[in-house]
Design a binder for this molecule. Structure first.
Ligand code: ADP
Ligand code: MG
Ligand code: MG
Length: 916
């Protein structure tokens, strides 16, 4: 049997996007569900791969035969014949892969035209202007896509004729002008390619199919796939859709447009989109004329508008998802030309999820699953401070929400360069094209002076979640001079501007940004997520300010409160340093006595903010030399101080002289005060002590050195002070009637003996504090699992620990024997590139190795202590894929940084729903 390379829209499987591409599969789905689509067929991605893998780039041998057979059916349906003068059939040849890659590959319209078919079409339609319009479009697109003729050559020729004809808008060109343009365009192509233009429609078709196949490997498409991490498993090759042409450029009763079934910027349940009367496909997105909003069609073409609303409803009830669709109206008849799931920003995704559940279109699980957890990050993006008194200098369309400031840059290459050098950039263009895509990646936001809400700039920016203001017509962008003029104001390249993609406002200068607020829809959605999730989501928070933030993001407690940040506070560091350089226990205790009330206050604050939620406090973890300056810095400082000390006599003479000579001169009131030599001596002495401490504390491998519980056991006073501070804070809260649940967590544990010692101190201090305050406090005691041995001994450790928390950053280092910084700087990128390791294990939890260890430790811990509470507090705790794994191995909670808490809550729900 011959391989089947071609499927008609009536027979293709609408679910098989891998084979038919997203566009093709959906065209099949639409056709089969009775929605009006022009007849056509799909050439499979397999045919594309077969062609691309062939060293001679030949089409599969029977492909064109199958194409011709299917073309016959299209001819019958249309009552037209491809390549014949009488009633000629024209087709479009359209790319479309399994993953939507808007504008990245090529499409050719009006194929099948030549001198003969053109005459036939003129004869049929009696509309010369339309026919030449179609022909010039065909020559340009075919020339560009299939023959590689640069667009500029066509643009130049086009402008020349426009000038001769003294018109500014394409729409005002007459049939004669368009005829001239066709002639010019043919010359452009023939001159550039040094070959005659292919006039045979069958030849055109074959060349076009190959060109579309080739566009899969075009630079734009390859870059795009790399940037969006589209792997061959997700999309491999492009399908080609051959579709009978319908014409939106036939008359003023014809139009073309693009729509969203709901507003993709806000999620509001209203049709959204734009259309142009008497125009063809590309015109709307290319920003040739500024299109009209679809709502205007209600007045302009009320009958068609009603049909459009029906189309919108059928699309949504069929796909159960917001659709992004393309349509054309030919002489009053509406055709749907494409549909796909609408790409929306997070605000719109959240709102539509909630509303579609209320409308009964989908259920809660579907509502949760349709939002990728990472997407919520956008909602946590800053926006412009609404209370700014800065005035906008221009206004465009609010094309993609959020605020951004940066320097204005007028081309994508330079934007990319500046962005990579760490500058914040706003890309400013008249309009953007797919070849500007690298400039988008590097920019904070995009500003264009032409095009609508569905222009290229708007669509791409929304997909990336970047702010965009489009079609700011008050602005004249001059890319050559690298400036934009707005009335009296000139923005030159390098000037700082701010755009507000939520309102369309453009400001000169930098407008302050503020943190995002949670919408009530997001609150609803996350409450559904919490209903479905089994994992609890905690936050890592070290200070009262952090704790407030954690609550705002919906944390169910604090899973990791690190005490070292409190030590590092500039006001406290001197006391910490005194504690470190102390040579005796007494001196050390003196410093610790000063720290105790400070830490107690910290904990008290955090407890009261989080009450009644649990707060897990980790006792001091890093090696103490981290609180001291670097050795070289101390050496340099001591050097300077000593020199100063030496020169002090000279300084005094100078000072005396100055004050004597200038004492009556009001213009010279400054009197030098030389340093106090005794103070200077004291400072030098202290620095010398610090230096000698730094030297004695030096470790070859500090991450594996004197830190965590090892340090705690060496200097029991430090942990004792912290334990006391925690328990006293809890007691004070209790006294005030605040319901607190502190948990003490010990870092770097490798044996139960370590835990046992510290636990004894806890018990002793616990009793003292309860006696002193005359009340009972509950406080649980647990261990970090971040050392391989601790995981292996989990069964044993669980006799002492009431809970475990995986510190997967350290555990990953320990499991791989990679030190993170060295690995990431020296060899991990190479490992990833060569697929020696799939991911960076510090970013994506290594499920197979580290994960295996975790799974065993959970099991063993729970053999000793059934149902034992186990969590994770490493960075992985905020990453959706890792969260799914944590769910699978039965963890109790994940803990992550506050802004990732909403993401983790959604991811925890996904994990639970998927595992059912
Ligand atoms: P893209 O993938 O870049 O959106 P398409 O293949 O969808 O490219 O084609 C771009 C535009 O060309 C469409 O929006 C549509 O308006 C127009 N078009 C494509 N095929 C036809 C057709 N058969 N009849 C009329 N217009 C078409
Ligand atoms: Mg399209
Ligand atoms: Mg650690």
């Amino acid at each position: 049997m011959e391989k089947k390379w071609v499927y008609s829209f009536a027979e293709g499987d609408g679910k098989n996007k891998q084979l038919l591409g997203g566009k093709g599969a959906n065209l099949c789905e639409l056709t089969q569900s009775g929605i009006r689509v022009p007849p056509g067929f799909v050439i499979t991605t397999e045919a594309c791969l077969s062609y691309l893998n062939d060293p001679h780039r030949t089409l599969p041998h029977d492909l064109m035969e199958q194409v011709k057979t299917h073309l016959r059916s299209v001819e019958e349906a249309m009552h037209r014949r491809f390549g014949e003068k009488k009633k000629p059939l024209l087709v479009s040849v359209r790319s479309g892969s399994a993953m939507s890659m808007p504008g990245m590959m090529d499409t050719i319209l009006n194929l099948g035209l030549n001198q003969d078919t053109l005459e036939g079409l003129i004869h049929d339609t009696g509309n010369e202007r339309f026919c030449y319009d179609a022909y010039r479009r065909f020559i340009q697109l075919f020339g560009k896509v299939a023959l590689g003729v640069p667009d500029e050559l066509f643009d130049e020729a086009f402008e020349q004729i426009k000038k001769q004809a003294q018109v500014t808008q394409d729409i005002d060109l007459s049939a004669r002008d368009l005829k001239d343009i066709c002639k010019k365009f043919l010359q452009v192509v023939e001159r550039y390619t040094a070959k005659p233009f292919p006039h045979d429609p069958n030849e055109q078709l074959e060349i076009a199919i190959k060109a579309v196949f080739n566009s899969w490997m075009g630079k734009r498409a390859v870059d795009y796939r790399r940037e969006f991490k589209i792997t061959p498993e997700m999309a491999n090759g492009t399908a080609v859709n051959i579709v009978a042409m319908v014409f939106g450029n036939m008359s003023n009763n014809s139009a073309t447009g693009v729509g969203f079934t709901r507003d993709p910027g806000t999620g509001e349940n209203v049709i959204f989109g734009e259309y142009l009367v008497n125009a063809q496909g590309e015109d709307v997105v290319a920003g040739i004329r500024t299109p009209k909003p679809l709502a205007a069609m209600a007045d302009e073409m009320p009958g068609i508008f009603k049909e459009l609303m029906e189309l919108r409803n059928s699309l949504e009830s069929h796909f159960k998802e917001v659709q992004d669709f393309e349509f054309t109206i030919e002489e009053g008849v509406l055709y749907c030309l494409q549909t796909r799931n609408g790409k929306m920003n997070a605000t719109a995704m959240v709102r539509t999820s909630v509303e579609m559940v209320h409308e009964g279109l989908i259920d809660k699980n579907q509502a949760l699953l349709r939002i990728k957890p990472d997407m919520l990050e956008q909602l946590l993006f800053p926006r412009l401070d609404p209370h700014t008194d800065m005035q906008p200098v221009a206004k465009g369309l609010a094309a993609s929400p959020g605020g951004a400031s940066g320097i204005a840059i007028f081309d994508a290459d330079r934007a990319e360069k500046m962005g990579h050098n760490g500058h914040k950039v706003i890309l400013v263009r008249e309009e953007t094209k797919p070849e500007d895509i690298h400039g988008f990646f590097a920019s904070q936001g995009i500003l264009t002076s032409r095009g609508g809400k569905t222009s290229h700039a708007a669509v791409v920016a929304r997909g990336m979640g970047k702010p965009c203001v489009a079609g700011a017509e008050g602005i004249t962008v001059d890319v050559k001079l690298r400036q934009a003029i707005i009335g009296e104001v000139r923005i030159s390249e390098g000037d700082i501007i701010t755009i507000d993609g939520s309102t369309g406002a453009v400001y000169l200068g930098e407008v302050p940004l503020i943190e995002a607020e949670f919408s009530s829809d997001l609150v609803t959605l996350l409450s559904w997520a919490d209903e479905k999730a089994r994992l609890l989501v905690m936050a890592n928070a070290d200070t009262p300010a952090d704790a407030k933030r954690a609550l705002k993001f919906g944390a169910m407690g604090i899973g990791l409160c690190r005490t070292e940040r409190m030590f590092n506070d500039p006001a406290r560091l001197p006391i910490v340093i005194d504690m470190i350089i102390a040579d005796t226990k007494e001196e050390r205790e003196k410093a610790l006595d000063k720290l105790l009330p400070i830490q107690r206050e910290d904990f008290k604050n955090i407890f009261s903010i989080m009450a009644p939620r649990p707060v897990t406090i980790r006792l001091l973890d890093p090696p103490i030399h981290e609180f001291l300056p670097q050795e070289q810095q101390l050496i340099d400082e001591i050097d300077i101080l000593r020199n100063l000390r030496k020169n002090l006599r000279g300084l005094r003479v100078l000072s005396d002289t100055v004050s004597f000579m200038y004492q009556n001169d009001p213009a010279h009131p400054k009197v030098l005060t030389p340093a106090d030599p005794e103070l200077l001596d004291a400072v030098i002495l202290k620095k010398e002590m610090m230096l000698s401490k730094v030297r004695s504390l030096h470790e070859v491998n500090p991450m594996l050195g004197h830190r965590g519980v090892r340090l705690g056991l060496t200097f029991p006073e430090i942990y004792s002070m912290q334990i006391r501070a925690i328990l006293e804070a809890a007691a004070e809260c209790r006294k005030e009637g605040i319901d607190v649940h502190p948990e003490i967590m010990i870092p770097q544990v490798c044996t139960a003996q370590e835990l046992n010692r510290v636990k004894e101190w806890v018990a002793e201090i616990h009793k003292q504090v309860e006696d002193a305050y005359g009340l009972k406090i509950s406080c649980s005691f647990g261990s970090m699992l971040e050392v391989v041995r601790a995981c292996m001994r989990a069964e044993n450790l669980a006799e002492e620990a009431e809970f475990f928390s995986f510190g997967t950053n350290d555990l990953t280092q320990a499991t791989f024997s990679f030190s993170r910084e060295d690995a990431e700087n020296k060899f991990l990128p190479m490992y990833n590139m060569n697929h020696i390791l799939q991911d960076n294990p510090f970013e994506v939890l290594d499920v197979k190795g580290v994960g295996k260890l975790m799974e065993l430790a959970v099991q063993w811990g729970r053999t000793t202590r059934p149902g034992m509470k186990v969590g994770i507090c490493g960075e992985h705790g905020g990453h959706p894929a890792s969260i799914e794994f944590c769910h699978q191995i039965g963890l109790t909670y994940v803990s992550c940084s506050s802004p990732r808490v909403p993401i983790a809550r959604l991811a925890a729900a996904h994990a639970a729903i998927k595992s059912r």
